[in-house]
Design a protein around this ligand. Structure first.
Ligand code: ATP
Ligand code: MG
Length: 368
């Protein structure tokens, strides 16, 4: 009998850690989650990744060493998954390992995920599927987002629905019973909130959005941020990352007259509203018939951000946990699903999402 277990490993733009999941895909419906694990990124490795987001000395060597260090973290995540599920490496068909994005430049023809899949295969004794983005980019696509095909498989409803992932960047999947799936990035979800919170409070993120909730959003600054950024109004397909929404982006906006006299927590509240408003605008513009929104990713644990979204979206919103998948496992599960799609020869790169010229088989296999 062929193996039906797959592991998914996701470390996203927030660079906060690794979300891992082990799932059984033996029944035709939704995969059954056997175990999950979240490892925080060791500080030194996080710093290495963040510095690799910018041009710097001896990048190739630093990238290779960071990749090897990440493989050790990924292997530890897999070890925990197997132990928690009482499973063996030989039970697992493959690991889908996304890697850590340090540059995302589809328009220049590339997106770089730091990863050491051969090393991970050696460390775990399990086949690894990696490098999920470059085939779609080679076919003229954005190489992102890649999760809509998976969102469609597990969250499809009888009505028009949006699936919203709140990672560092926000991406939406637009599902409708009578249209091909669509999906694109809408802009920052947590990346600017995290940056500002780290700079002003030292905390890695604003727990439950409490700090933002203590401030008052500046309407003028919010308008300025929206109007000064042409990317928000670009039509899909589109994707983005830290290359664009980063410390420099924020610093430039905060030099505006509209930011004068605002308290630090007022700025945080404004950034929260920027996330909510750009998402709501994207859905109103591109999928006005959307009836409900299912939210996943770490930002779904931020009650204050969820409240701002409910206000701006004017539609029922609920965390993915309410429809059976914990918010921190959706993206990791997507990479387990994509690894399986690769082994089955199923082309999960969707032109209706990424703008590629044709569907593509995503990922490359590194045998154990
Ligand atoms: N309890 C919480 N309260 C507020 N924010 C939270 C909480 N837990 C997580 N977050 C936010 O979620 C972020 C991490 O989310 P997640 O891991 O989904 O993003 P990511 O790593 O960028 O993934 P991806 O790129 O795949 O979407 C944290 O950086 C933080 O901003
Ligand atoms: Mg993360």
């Amino acid at each position: 009998m062929t193996n039906t277990l797959y592991a998914g490993l996701m470390s996203g733009t927030s660079t906060d850690g690794i979300d891992a999941v082990l799932a059984d895909f033996s029944s035709p419906g939704a995969p059954r989650i056997l175990s999950q694990a979240s490892l925080s990124m060791p500080d030194t490795l996080r710093q290495q990744f963040l510095s690799l987001n910018d041009a710097g000395d001896n990048e190739l060597d630093r990238a290779a060493l960071a990749a090897n260090a990440l493989a050790l973290q990924y292997a530890e995540a897999v070890r925990r998954l197997l132990m928690a599920a009482g499973a063996q490496a030989s039970d697992v068909a493959a690991i889908g390992a996304h890697g850590q994005t340090v540059r995302h430049r589809p328009d220049a023809g590339y997106s770089i995920q730091i990863n050491a899949p051969a090393r991970l295969a050696e460390l775990t004794g399990i086949d690894v599927i990696a490098d999920f983005r470059s085939r779609d980019i080679a076919a003229g696509g954005q190489g992102a987002p890649l999760v809509p095909a998976f969102h469609e498989a597990i969250f499809q409803a009888r009505h028009a629905r949006a699936v919203l992932n709140l990672g560092g960047i926000a991406n939406i999947t637009l599902l409708s019973p009578d249209q091909p799936v669509r999906g694109f990035d809408t802009g920052p979800a947590n990346v600017l909130l995290d940056l500002w919170c780290q700079e002003k409070t030292g905390a890695p993120y604003d727990e439950n959005g409490r700090w933002a909730a203590s401030g008052r959003a500046g309407r003028e600054l919010l308008d300025t941020m929206m109007e000064s950024e042409p990317w928000f109004a670009l039509p899909p397909p589109k994707s983005t990352g830290r290359d664009h929404f980063n410390r420099q982006w924020l610093a430039r906006r905060l030099r505006d007259r509209a930011a004068r006299g605002m308290r630090d927590n007022d700025i945080q509240a404004t950034l929260r509203d920027l996330t909510a408003r750009t998402i709501a605008q994207a859905i109103d513009t591109h999928a006005p018939h959307t009836q409900d929104v299912v939210v996943c990713g770490g930002g779904a644990l931020n009650g204050d951000l969820m409240a701002a979204l409910a206000r701006d979206l004017r539609r029922p919103i609920r965390p993915s946990s309410a429809v059976g998948v914990p918010v921190r496992t959706v993206e990791a599960l997507a990479f387990a699903w994509l690894a399986r799609a690769h082994l089955m020869g199923c082309k999960a790169g969707l032109p209706s999402v990424t703008g590629a010229r044709h569907p593509t088989l995503l990922g490359a296999r590194y045998p154990a």
